[in-house]
Ligand binder design. Sequence first.
Ligand SMILES: [Mg+2]
Length: 381
Amino acid sequence: MSLSPVRLHHVDFAAIDVTARTEWVFARFWDTEGAAAEVEITAAGITEGVVGQIDHAVSLLRGTPISSEDDVPIMLDVDDQSLGADLTNATAVSALRTAVSIIQALKSGVSLAEALGGAPAVVPLYANINRGLFASGRTPAEFAAAAERAVSEGFRAVKCAPFDEVAPGTPTAEAVRLAVTGIERVAAIREAVGPGVALMVDCHSRFDVESAVKVAGELGELGVVWFEEPLDPSKDPAGLKLIAERISLPLAGGEHGYGEASFESLVSSGTLEIVMPDVKFCGGAAAAVRAGRAAIAAGGGVSLHCPSGPLSLLTSGHVNAAVAGSLRLEHAVYEADWRSTLLAPAERIVDGSLHFTGGPGLGVELDWGMLQWTGRVWRVS
Ligand SMILES: [Mg+2]
């Protein structure tokens, strides 16, 4: 598909509080002809830096024709390696790249999925119950109840991050002892949802090789099908490889990776079986498509990381629809009951699957009135 160049003009920002620990942040990129692309830029703890980088980049690029999102890093003189080590800049560049792809899709009158080489689809999701439980007592019973609710609403796969008690860096024996409560949370979920639901567990890099192997054994007994980031793949890929050789559970991870090559190499090196590019960080929508296809070609799996708001979920859904063989897409459930209405038309999740609303680009707009009224809207320059 040949797409016309984009000339950026200016950018607006918006943020809205979701829970005591979560704020969703958005950027709306305008081109010189009045087309607008909305992109989620939520990145905990670095919002100010991301907003500053985006604003600076838009002023640098203002009015210059951008013929494809691949041109953005070249025009900004940044490469995959430096972006892989700088989450703030990676988020800013990813947002710009996604915006270029969305504006090009809008101008061609096609959906983002089609512009990325896919077709509109119904995208199966898994329910990440973790964020919705931040305000709870995080007891095994509360984990079980959240999982049960998700299953009753049609989700067939549930993920949690149960190891609150284990701080990263805890010595092996102590980590194994402290992991018992986390394993009880997973056991309570299994008991509540029965054997037919896929259970996935995220470890948020809290273990070392030995404690991870031990915990993976326990989780395997509970029928867990996905063991996410016992170690941080960007800091200790060699350790992950050692774990992979000793456990039978598939290792998943890579949510902060940037660039197709980094995901391809996580799979081909035997570090991870399933990679999790995040459209907000990995280089944007087209980069996520290429990362996913490369991971699958290398013999691995891909499941997009998206513990985020409805705009990121929909963008990720379009990416998922362009990567044949993608695994279920992540959806953070039960954070805010008003979530679906932040988009018009509203976010549509039925029986554990995301439905597109149709129309060019993403086919939706953020409700800027709601953002203005209950959140904040601003422009930097
Ligand atoms: Mg994770």
